[in-house]
Design a protein around this ligand. Sequence first.
Ligand code: ZN
Length: 206
Amino acid sequence: MEFSSKLLENAVQEMSQLPGIGKRTALRLVLHLLKQPEERVEMLSNALLQLKRDVNFCQKCHNISDTEICEICASPKRDETLVCVVEDIRDVMAIENTSQYNGLYHVLGGKISPMEGVGPQDLNIPSLVQRVKNGSVKELIFALSSTMEGDTTNFYIYRQLEGLEVTTSTIARGISVGDELEYADEVTLGRSILNRVPFESSIKAD
Ligand SMILES: [Zn+2]
């Protein structure tokens, strides 16, 4: 792509670093922003900068939060004996949207993926094991996407919990294999949490 301006080229280059944004889309977005009043562009830049500089992660569940402990963890209405293990905060948002779940979460920050160089030590797994050891958690619900990486991660965590007093379950596989959790519709997702099955039986079924 040939550019008539170095400034334009730089902006397109930066925009195209975003996931799913190719050079053409980047150019369209940049030209769109160029047509906006300066204040609009400033608001966008400031919102992103402020997010990056000031963002907090809940010390308990690692959800993005403006406070040290997120609203979900802090709520007395939530069932703290139940912890749903998810890959990232998009999953928390998807499950919250179903209004079918009243427990807490634990955001791993990814899945174990040897292909992408992500090992257990790169994820929020030790803090999850610690939460279980602390004693208030009675059931962990694995809600990772049903990919090989998701299954590997579930199994790794399951092994880490051996000997601890906790029940493990997995969301019912109404969601077809390979579907990312975030794309499941709310009804299906809500139902799959309510109809969760013991994790042991999901291993034997494979
Ligand atoms: Zn939290």
